[in-house]
Design a protein around this ligand. Structure first.
Ligand SMILES: Cc1cc2nc3c(=O)[nH]c(=O)nc-3n(C[C@H](O)[C@H](O)[C@H](O)COP(=O)(O)OP(=O)(O)OC[C@H]3O[C@@H](n4cnc5c(N)ncnc54)[C@H](O)[C@@H]3O)c2cc1C
Length: 365
């Protein structure tokens, strides 16, 4: 068996580490000059979305021998709508660093890989196919799956973010639900350390509406973040991504090609969380290749989470700012429920919101 992994991001590296544990040495092809060769940003591993797994860092090490150090364990979250705010406390998950940093998740994973990584790769799927018996597609998008008509793209998202200097509680994040800042999307402030944070807005591209002015949204959000966080937030770096595809492949495996990470459909349509699922798909593909499981079956719960999250996204796209105020107000009253580790808040929220949105549709149609 000769396995090629196309790309050394989260899912590709998790796949390589797991294959090596089973005695298979893959060849890894990465188009960039080193692992994590992109802007630095903070991301979140939210236990709210990985439940029933409450501690995904411990789960990855104990169950799969993959060792990651987060930036911090997340203890607090403040959620802002235009006029309300709610506050959550407890073990909410972890924050971590991505991109060009020695502590970035990509760098941490690559230190656990022994197989050679070929950087600056210009290899194509078709080219690699003639030399390898099995292919793992881990390029972070649905491009190759789309080419073979194996990808259902559900939406694209535009993101704009910055690294800012200030004074932060590294165990706390802030989030905003406000259509004036990120229409049908969200904004976050995620500390990288006590003195640096990522601030970011992300919103779906709506093909049926005039696109919002990204500069205007960013200026509004920057002002709002400075006001809510009560500090000037000096910008030291900026990034922008347009039309980041979110979708899911129809088959997780076709022939001897495995689709992992975002190529599988790791990116959850509602809030764009995808890291944990990306790592799991890489691990599961390797398990299948090593004869330790069936990839389609192992990924079935991830596929279900994707579809649940899509329902929530489509539902929440109908909400206006006064709805957000009501929801955040209710969440404030129900914060104990969210903090309860036995409850899956996204599933519960999607269940509770549906009748309200139906009623809303009736009022506005
Ligand atoms: C700005 C931003 C913020 C995010 N925030 C969060 C968050 O807070 N929480 C969360 O859970 N998720 C978040 N996500 C999503 C999460 O980062 C992704 O779901 C996850 O990284 C997907 O892993 P992957 O392995 O599919 O792709 P990646 O980790 O992105 O890796 C893809 C790799 O493919 C390489 N590549 C691309 N094309 C080729 C090619 N043709 N040949 C070889 N190599 C190629 C790239 O260089 C890269 O190294 C965020 C994403 C972005 C962009």
């Amino acid at each position: 068996m000769k396995v090629a992994i196309m790309a050394a991001g989260l899912s590709g590296l998790a796949c390589a580490i797991t294959l090596e544990k089973f005695g298979i040495e893959p060849a890894i092809f990465e188009k960039r000059s080193c692992v994590g060769d992109r802007f630095v940003n903070g991301e979140i591993l939210f236990s709210l979305v990985t439940r029933p797994i409450q501690d995904c860092i411990a789960y990855l090490s104990e169950k799969h021998g993959i060792y990651l150090h987060p930036a911090a364990n997340l203890q607090k979250m403040t959620l802002y709508s235009p006029r309300e705010q709610a506050f959550f406390e407890g073990h909410l998950g972890f924050t971590n660093v991505r991109g060009r940093e020695s502590d970035g998740f990509e760098a941490q994973l690559s230190r656990q890989v022994r197989s050679p990584i070929q950087f600056h790769s210009e290899e194509t799927y078709e080219g690699l196919l003639s030399h390898y018996t099995h292919m793992v597609m881990a390029t972070g998008d649905g491009d190759y799956a789309k080419k073979t008509r194996n990808f259902r793209e559900d939406l694209t998202v535009s993101l704009r973010g910055a690294t800012v200097e200030g004074s932060f509680d590294r165990y706390a994040v802030a989030a905003w639900l406000d259509n004036d800042l990120a229409p049908s999307g969200y904004a976050f402030c995620i500390p990288l350390s006590d003195t640096e944070a990522t601030i970011v807005i992300a919103y779906p591209d709506d093909p049926h509406r005039e696109p919002p002015d990204p500069e205007l949204l960013w200026d509004r959000f920057y002002e709002r973040a400075r006001s809510d966080l009560k500090q000037p937030l000096r910008i030291t770096d900026q990034f922008q991504i347009t039309h980041y595809p979110i979708g899911i492949c129809r088959s997780a495996r076709i022939g001897n090609t495995f689709y992992v990470g975002n190529c599988f459909g790791s990116l959850m349509p509602y809030l764009g969380f995808g890291q944990f699922s990306a790592l799991l798909t890489g691990i599961y593909a390797a398990m299948d290749l090593a004869g330790e499981g069936n990839y389609e079956e192992l990924t079935a719960p991830l596929r279900q989470s994707y579809e649940d999250s899509l329902v929530l996204r489509r539902t929440l796209e109908r909400l206006d700012n006064s709805d957000y105020d009501r929801i955040v107000h209710l969440l404030r009253l129900g914060s104990r429920l969210i903090e309860n580790e036995k409850i899956n808040p996204l599933k519960t929220a999607s269940f509770l919101l549906r009748p309200y949105v139906k009623w809303k549709q009736g009022v506005t149609s």
